[in-house]
Design a binder for this molecule. Structure first.
Ligand SMILES: [Zn+2]
Length: 157
């Protein structure tokens, strides 16, 4: 299977369910690992930033960190992001627009004080988890508390 046919068939398979509407396997894997190390976050949480709406894959509201898991094909990964030559008139602008929108979102998020972490679909999940923990878990804000999520109760045994 050539890279081109891989990309085309993959694109065809994934086009029906759209770009970011559904959980993908890498997203699910990352979320469950983040949960396993004790991080608490929101999924499907829409941020309204002025007139721009962003729905990252993972949001740490207190730490103000967002995580996107970018598919290699859809977001033109430098390693696997081949441009299909078949129907290139359709794909080239579509993929270019995706990348453009990613960068726009990065800029808007940063302007509103959010730190953006982008994880490639191909990235080992443990590496991704480490990056997220460093960013979101540094001050402990994103870790689940022993007592509860909101309270400031004392130690419990
Ligand atoms: Zn890749």
């Amino acid at each position: 299977m050539t890279l081109e046919s891989w990309a085309s068939s993959r694109a065809t398979r994934t086009s029906m369910r759209g770009n970011r509407r559904t959980d993908t396997k890498p997203e699910i894997a990352l979320r469950s690992k983040l949960h396993a190390v004790g991080l608490r976050f929101r999924k499907d949480y829409r941020l309204d930033l002025g007139d721009v709406r962003v729905r990252p894959d993972v949001v740490f509201t207190r730490a103000k960190v967002v995580v996107f898991v970018d598919g290699c094909f859809w977001h033109c990964c430098p390693i696997h992001g081949t441009q299909p030559t078949r129907n290139s008139g359709y794909w080239a602008p579509k993929l270019a627009r995706n990348v453009e929108r990613d960068r726009e979102q990065d800029i808007v998020l940063a302007a509103h004080g959010w730190r953006v972490i982008r994880v490639w679909e191909h990235e080992p999940v443990d590496d991704a988890v480490q990056r997220v923990v460093r960013a979101a878990g540094g001050a402990g804000a994103a870790f689940a508390r022993a007592d509860d999520d909101e309270g400031h109760g004392g130690e419990r045994r």
